[in-house]
Design a protein around this ligand. Structure first.
Ligand code: TXE
Length: 490
């Protein structure tokens, strides 16, 4: 990775340029694969947040007046710039997140660019309705909310920043974005790209820092909407923090999603789905299908095929294109995941693959865990009930459709679910009964931008992507047009 790409200090990005924060406080961002400090990050102060909000408010007044097509052109150009820098940004994301370069090159930046392109097209289509009222008539206007705050998680820093900013900007809003403190690098680059694409100064500002900056944004009276990606507990806090000022809120939160394999499923595909749904991004994917329910008739065959393929997975240096499983995000998260694995053993589940930290050679400096599979799991075990957010799959048996649906729904979460079967009617019947916002039939974890993404129950509120996101970045104004005289009783 070129030195020009890796800053030594990560600053704020306010009013179209990088500026120093005023808190005087910094913290390091670390490469999870090597433990090395990548850069020092400036913690934003309350005054920096105020400045970012004021600068976005100013940009909003200009941006909202542009025709949608003009906004779309800026987004389209930003998408072009993202694609042009795909490999460079992917390498930056790998350094910050520890994920395999093969993933970052193929998915992270590209998904962000897809999102910008999609909403670039949507921007010119935003419209209200004409409502005929006989002589008089009415119409509705779909209007921007104003200044939105985006708060990101550390597993997909750039993609999350694009999934929030693209619909927000397309709808005429401005955004102040705070990436997760563990992964500040690529969001700063995105701000530069929006500026280069012709966005008004301040349209997309970035403030860096930990939960305190997130709190400041979600409480700020100058912010009209807050969109968080994070864990369920943080979601509840952000909603409470936003309540005093009645902000619009979107929450993309955690999950403990079921993946169901019926006896007639194509087992090769079902195993692929289970691997994608548990070990992609070393398991740090909110929609992962970590409760794998397999019909008793095919459990042995499925498990044998699964273990054969897990054994071939490469845990290694994330910058190596042959690596399948990279490093977990931090030493704290490593300890959390290893803690869950130990808990699984203590509660009687059987490790049939992995189960250990990887410390061979240089990997000992990073936070690597083997792709881990538990068998003989029961629904009440901690590893089956709680989100681990690591490479840990739990296998569960079932024999009856009603039973598996009931067990699949027996969780406070409702983010995603997957069903593998060749029986089309069963597939749609079961999906209809599953409590999840995002579901897959005969695949897993594929998220095209055209399709709304989001959860139900404790997995969140609102939706990202698709036409559905427009509802969460606009407000509706009704206009009554009187074509006659006003009739008044007095
Ligand atoms: O979340 P945290 P993390 C979920 C995933 C997992 C979690 C991992 O399932 O549970 O996110 O990400 C800021 N007020 N998803 O550990 O700790 C914090 O600084 C305001 C779901 O990063 O919740 C960070 O920027 N902000 C998802 C952000 O919140 C606060 C996709 C998230 O931090 C705050 C990816 C507070 N009180 C991960 N406390 C999906 N469903 O799409 C913290 N923050």
């Amino acid at each position: 990775m070129s030195d020009s790409t890796m800053p030594t200090t990560v600053r704020q990005f306010i009013g179209g340029r990088a500026v120093d924060g005023t808190s005087g406080e910094t913290f390091p961002t670390v490469n999870p694969a090597t433990g090395e400090v990548l850069a020092d990050v400036q913690q934003a102060s309350a005054a920096d947040v105020d400045a970012a909000v004021a600068s976005s408010r100013q940009a909003f007044e200009e941006w909202r007046e542009l025709p949608g097509a003009a906004r779309g052109r800026v987004l389209m150009d930003a998408a072009r710039l993202l694609r042009a820098r795909n490999d460079e940004l992917a390498a930056l994301e790998v350094a910050d997140t520890g994920k395999p370069i093969a993933e970052a090159i193929a998915v992270d930046v590209a998904s962000g660019a897809d999102c910008l392109e999609y909403y670039a097209g949507v921007a010119a289509t935003l419209h209200g309705q004409h409502i005929d009222l006989g002589g008089s008539w009415g119409y509705t206007r779909r209007e921007p909310l104003g200044v939105c705050a985006g708060i990101g998680a550390w597993n997909y820093p750039l993609q999350i920043a694009c999934w929030k900013s693209a619909p927000a900007l397309a709808c005429g809003n401005a955004m102040v974005f705070k990436p997760a403190e563990l992964t500040p690098l690529t969001t700063a680059a995105l701000a530069g790209i929006y500026a280069e694409a012709g966005a008004p100064a301040g349209l997309f500002n970035v403030v860096q820092g930990d939960h305190r900056v997130g709190q400041a944004l979600s409480r700020h009276s100058g912010i009209d909407k807050v969109s968080l990606t994070g864990e369920a507990g943080t979601g509840r806090k952000v909603m409470a923090q936003a309540a005093d000022t009645l902000k619009h809120v979107t929450l993309e939160l955690g999950g403990k999603s079921p993946l169901i394999v019926f006896a007639d499923a194509h087992l090769g595909n079902a195993v692929s789905g289970a691997l994608l749904g548990n070990f992609y991004t070393q398991g740090e994917v909110c929609s992962n299908g970590t409760r794998v329910f397999v019909h008793g008739d095919v459990k042995a065959e499925f498990t044998a095929l699964l273990l054969e393929r897990v054994a071939k997975m490469v845990v290694g240096d994330p910058t190596d294109p042959n690596t399948d499983v990279g490093a977990l995000i931090s030493a704290d998260h490593l300890a959390k995941v290893l803690g869950y694995i130990e808990r699984g053993r203590v509660e009687g589940a059987r490790v049939v693959a992995g189960g250990n930290r990887v410390t061979t050679g240089a990997l000992g400096n990073g936070y690597f865990v083997q792709p881990t599979v538990f068998d003989d799991c029961t629904d009440d075990m901690t590893i089956v009930r709680e989100e681990i957010f690591g490479p840990v799959m739990t296998l569960l048996d079932f024999d009856d459709e009603d039973d598996v649906v009931t067990r699949a729904n027996d969780t406070p979460y409702g983010l995603a679910a997957g069903v593998f079967t060749r029986d089309l009617q069963r597939a749609h019947r079961v999906v209809r009964r599953l409590d999840a916002g995002t579901t897959w039939i005969n695949t897993y974890n594929i998220t095209p931008i055209e399709l709304p993404f989001g959860g139900v129950k404790q997995s969140g509120l609102g939706r990202e992507n698709g036409a559905a996101a427009i509802e969460h970045y606009t407000r509706l104004k009704s206009v009554y047009v009187e074509m006659g005289d006003v009739e008044a009783p007095y």
